[in-house]
Ligand binder design. Structure first.
Ligand SMILES: C[S@@+](CC[C@H](N)C(=O)[O-])C[C@H]1O[C@@H](n2cnc3c(N)ncnc32)[C@H](O)[C@@H]1O
Length: 400
């Protein structure tokens, strides 16, 4: 989901039921702010706005995905995305002699459906396809998608309430999941770095500078050391405070295999670049993109770009290898995207509608300046020593 930022004035007004839902969400957040002494961290605000049971954006009944929702992701855009991913999975499952696939944050379930279908065609189905999904509402939607598309493979799919049992071998997949992890925001002031906290004011929610905080000071000092310079006064940005903890918990039971994350983001030097002085927070609401996360709580998605250097650091700390890092277009090319498209060329030009549609999808997935290079793929491995085809065309690990 990538597009230019819209003016807040152009956002469509929510219908009365949606407005009432958002008002209830606002009351809920306001009550928590009052109960915790007048301020909550931005990470807590984001957690509530996205995942509060029955109320948060991902946990209530709004449409979210696709043309009638708020945004479209690569697997929703084209089955070719998941078919390419399946080819990377095939290579890894072959090397492991089989295994499990665990998908984190499966959205509508479309990637699971297309991936399993392709793995069946390739004759390399995983023993089990496990889904770890925070949202009960989305779990139900994923089940419906799989019932409609691959009913005969449904028995292989399980929804986990906790991480898999220790000793599992296989693949962990996450498309556009890292960008949904709650972030802390900070601003550089004349007195030093300050965490931004969310408070309630006469005019509603506001993000203000909090007290000095040693964890924020330490994170900023580390960023400045790594980018080789001071962030200027006024510079506002963010980081995922629980990234290392989250990743370590996911990989703890992994005996051998690979994790593949695809998301929009940058290596650290580019992430904390002077041109990104207002940070990378983006909100998606009915195919409009803006940068005010406090608006319409419960009705809009809130995301931040991924600092892939932080992901690599967290991986190394969890005992993983960083096995590859590249842009989405090179990853898909390495997985055989153009060969898959070539298979669609019709023998009779009169039947070219399907081919032309797939060629359009390939363009959207790979165009530089859009999904092609704003999205990146990173592979993290444990006890799996092999070159991965998705990184064969280009491997940018040196930029991390
Ligand atoms: C932007 S959507 C992407 C959905 C899907 N992967 C796709 O590409 O269409 C983010 C998904 O991640 C889920 N999610 C966010 N944080 C999660 C976490 N910590 N564990 C599991 N799922 C999570 C959300 O509920 C949602 O399904």
């Amino acid at each position: 989901m990538i597009r230019s930022v819209d003016s807040l004035k152009t956002l469509p007004a929510p219908d009365p039921a949606a407005a009432a839902h958002s008002a209830r969400m606002l009351d809920y957040i306001r009550a928590e702010i009052a109960a915790t002494g007048g301020a909550i961290s931005f990470a807590r605000f984001m957690d509530l706005a996205l995942y509060a049971p029955g109320r948060g954006y991902y946990c209530a009944g709004t449409r979210k995905f696709g043309s009638g929702g708020d945004f479209i992701t690569a697997p929703e855009l084209s089955p070719l995305f998941s078919r390419c991913l399946a080819r990377q999975c095939q290579e890894i499952l072959d090397a492991l002699g089989g295994g499990v696939i665990l998908e984190l944050g499966a959205g509508t379930g479309i990637m699971a459906a297309d991936l399993l279908q392709e793995l069946r065609t390739l004759d390399v189905l995983p023993e089990r396809y496990a889904i770890l999904e925070l949202s009960g509402e989305l779990r139900e939607r994923q089940r419906q998608t799989l019932v409609e598309r691959i009913p005969d493979l449904l028995e292989r799919v399980v929804w986990l309430d906790a991480l898999p049992e220790p000793g599992f071998r296989g693949i962990v997949l996450g498309n556009e999941v890292l960008d949904a992890l709650p972030i802390e925001r900070f601003r550089i002031t004349a007195q030093g770095p300050r965490r931004l906290v969310v408070v309630w004011t006469d005019t509603g929610l506001a993000c203000i500078e909090g007290e000095e905080d040693s964890s924020v000071t330490a994170v900023v000092a580390q960023i400045e050391a790594e980018i080789g310079g001071r962030l200027p006064e006024g510079y506002t940005s963010e980081y995922v405070p629980r990234l290392a903890e989250w990743l370590a918990a996911i990989v703890e039971p992994l005996a051998a295999g690979a994790l593949l994350f695809i998301d929009y983001g940058y290596p650290r030097r580019a992430y904390y670049h002077p041109e990104r002085a207002a940070g990378t927070v983006l909100c998606h609401y009915r195919h409009r993109v803006h940068d005010d996360p406090l608006m319409l709580p419960g009705l809009q998605d809130i995301t931040a770009s991924v600092d892939f250097t932080a992901v690599a650091d967290a991986a190394l700390a969890a005992g993983l290898n960083v096995a590859g890092y590249t842009t989405q277009n090179y990853f898909l090319f390495g997985c055989g995207l153009m060969e898959l498209l070539a298979e669609e060329i019709p023998s009779n030009p009169a039947n070219s509608a399907r081919y032309l549609e797939q060629a359009r999808q390939v363009k959207l997935l790979t165009l530089p300046g859009e999904m092609g290079d704003r999205f990146q793929a990173i592979a993290l491995t444990r006890n799996l020593e092999m070159p991965l085809r998705g990184f064969a065309f280009r491997d940018d690990r040196g930029r991390l």
